[in-house]
Structures are given as C-alpha cells and as structure tokens.
Design a protein around this ligand. Structure first.
Ligand SMILES: Nc1ncnc2c1ncn2[C@@H]1O[C@H](COP(=O)(O)OP(=O)(O)O)[C@@H](O)[C@H]1O
Ligand SMILES: [Mg+2]
Length: 350
C-alpha cells in the first residue's frame, strides 16, 4: 500500500476530528469525524475553501488559530492546546503548524471529551455530597458531646436526651458508610454478581415477612401476592435481598400510618416481575427521572429524619442492571408509588 493512501485511510477512520487550514485560515482538508461533528456529515468538497469561522464560532479558538496564522517564523508557537465547548459538546483541540518551505498549513486535531468531562463532574459532585452528608451528623455529635462535657451531663435527663441524639447521628453515619461501601464494591466489581438459580418467590416472601413488625408498628397493612408457578431466576440471592430490603424500607417509610404496602410477584413474558406498591406520599413528577441517582431525594430533611442515606435506590438500580434486568417507578403525588423490577426467568436463559 502506498504511504499516501495509507495515511488517507488513517485520517478517514480515526475517531479524532482532523481539519487542516491554509495560511489564510481556509479549510484544505477535513476528515469524516470532523465533518460529523461540525458539518452535519456533509461532504468534504463542500467544506474545502471555507473559513473555519463559518463552522466553529468559539472566539478563543478562532483567536488562537489567528495567532498561528499571523505569526511567522520565530514568533509562531510550535503547538497549542485549547478546550472548546461547541454544539453542546466539549472538545480538546490540539493545533500544530506544518511548514514546508513557503507552504504553510495549520493542523487541528479535535478530541471529543464530553463524556470524560461528565464523569469528572459526577465524581466531583459525589465527593462533595459525601463530605456534606458526613459533616452534618458529625457536627451534631460534636456539638452535643461538647455541651455535655461543659456541664450538661450533670442533669440526668439532659444526659439521656443528648446521648440519644448522638447515638442517632452515629447510626446515620455508619449507615451511610455501609451504603457507600456497597456501592463502591458494586462499581469496582470487587464482588462480582453471582448468577445462580434462585427461587425469587421465596426470597421475596422471607424479606417481606421480615418487615411485618416494622409495618405493624407504623400502622401499615403489608400484604403479599405471589402468583403460582413463577419460574426461578438466575440472580445473586444476597443482592436481590438487598433490593427488596431497600424497596420495602422506602415503601414503609414513605407511607403514612393507615396506608397499605403490597408486594406482588408475577410471571411476565419470560420474566419474573416484582412490584412493591404503596399508598404513600408519592413522588412529584419532575423528580421521577432523577430518583435513582445517588443522593437524590425529594425532601432531604425528611429522608434524613427517617434515617435515609439517599443511596438506597442507586444501589437497587445498580444491582438490577448488573443482572440485566429492568427497574422503574410509577408514582402519583399523595396517591402512592409502585417500584417494579423484572429479571429474566431461569428457563428463558440458555
Ligand atoms: N416508596 C416511595 N414513596 C415516596 N418517595 C419515595 C419512595 N421511595 C423512594 N422515594 C424518594 O426517593 C428518594 C431516594 O430514595 P433512596 O435512594 O432509598 O434514599 P433514602 O430512602 O435514603 O432517602 C427518597 O428520599 C424519597 O424522596
Ligand atoms: Mg431508602
């Protein structure tokens, strides 16, 4: 293969956008990746001869490009890099001049770093959230213990009350750390999901039974309906138990006394479907799309007050998706919510 055609093929196939400008800033060449991002997949012929500024409007980039074109000889930078937001995406652009005698060209390499930026932002957000969530109970623990040490403990009633508050906040912190560890293990694949045939009806039954006392204490009627001959699923028993605990805990927590929680297991088109249905406070429609995000809560104060960490549903989603299942919620404000998930029946798998 000729070197020229080889280089042409590389430029055509590479995921990085490439555009080459002449000394007047007009386009000499653009590869398909560049055209895809900035010229709606149009033809290279239509773009050749046009000014870069007709395709990209970012002022910082155009002025950097200008610097390369205007500079000559010694004062021309040897290369440069710039980050540009354009068309709702973020690009890292590397500019490299190429000189051959009197001929001058400026090559631009555009790498789409939108996803990287997003992951970075999510990580930063997560760290900020974790710090905040830990700082709040810690500040309370410190405040109350200082008051006790400053003489508050001489009074027996104050002592007991304050210790109760301290205990509540310490419990919250340890629950948060527990949930964080679960999430991090799930994400790092340190604890790979086991895929073994399990009797899902039995798992659902045993976890639901474990919530009977809690439901009774809160004046909630807890019922269970399991269809006959629901097939088993291939799943991780411990993880499914965790999913059920998180969903039932929420259903009971967010349902006022006098309400109902129903757990329903049915066979559904080669899948087993589990619904956890409550007649509770419901979720406002604008919050529904974000409800499975880490730390997302409709009412932070209420969730904290009820001992929540804001991580329960994120863990649920992680587990069900890790088992190739689906999880979703339907909810109406003040009427109730139904959290559902499906998993493929063991019989359906080869
Ligand atoms: N059954 C439910 N009814 C109403 N709101 C719910 C229900 N389940 C979850 N939510 C909402 O979703 C949020 C996130 O749930 P979750 O991740 O389990 O966190 P937590 O329960 O610790 O607050 C809750 O704070 C609450 O606002
Ligand atoms: Mg929860």
């Amino acid at each position: 293969m000729h070197e020229g055609s080889l280089l042409g093929a590389i430029a055509r196939e590479m995921p990085t956008g490439v555009v080459v400008l002449d000394s007047d800033g007009r386009i000499l060449y653009a590869n398909p990746s560049f055209l895809k991002s900035f010229f709606e997949n149009g033809d290279v012929e239509e773009v050749v001869g046009r000014d870069l500024g007709t395709l990209i409007s970012d002022a910082a980039l155009l002025s950097a490009v200008d610097g390369f074109l205007k500079g000559n000889g010694g004062d021309r930078p040897s290369a440069g890099e710039i980050e540009v937001n354009e068309k709702n995406r973020c690009f890292k652009i590397r500019m490299v001049p190429a000189e051959d005698g009197d001929c001058f060209a400026l090559m631009l390499f555009l790498q789409d770093i939108t996803e990287e930026k997003m992951v970075e932002a999510i990580k930063k957000d997560f760290v900020a959230n974790v710090s905040h969530e830990l700082r709040t109970p810690l500040a309370s623990i410190k405040g109350y213990s200082e008051t006790l040490l400053d003489g508050g403990m001489d009074d027996k009633d104050t002592l007991r009350d304050f210790l109760k508050v301290i205990d509540k906040h310490a419990t919250r912190m340890s629950r948060l750390i527990e949930d964080l560890l679960v999430l991090s293990r799930l994400e790092s694949n340190q604890m790979p999901m086991v895929s073994e045939p399990i009797d899902i009806s039995e798992v659902v039954r045993s976890i639901t039974d474990g919530f009977r006392k809690q439901a009774r204490d809160r004046g909630i009627e807890l019922s269970m309906r399991i269809e006959d001959d629901v097939a088993g699923v291939l799943a991780d028993r411990v993880r499914i138990e965790q999913v059920m605990v998180n969903l039932l805990d929420n259903a009971i927590k967010y349902t006022p006394s006098g309400g109902k929680v129903d757990v329903i297991v049915t066979a559904d088109d080669g899948c087993v479907r589990v619904d956890v249905k409550d007649t509770g406070i419901g979720i406002p429609a604008p919050d529904i799309p974000r409800i499975f995000e880490r730390f997302y809560r409709v009412d932070k104060a209420r969730s904290r007050d009820l001992g929540g960490t804001g991580l329960g549903l994120a863990i649920v989603k992680h587990i069900i998706q890790g088992l190739n299942g689906k999880v979703w919620v339907e909810s109406s404000l003040s009427e109730g919510s139904t959290f559902s998930f499906t998993l493929k029946s063991a019989a359906e798998r080869v």
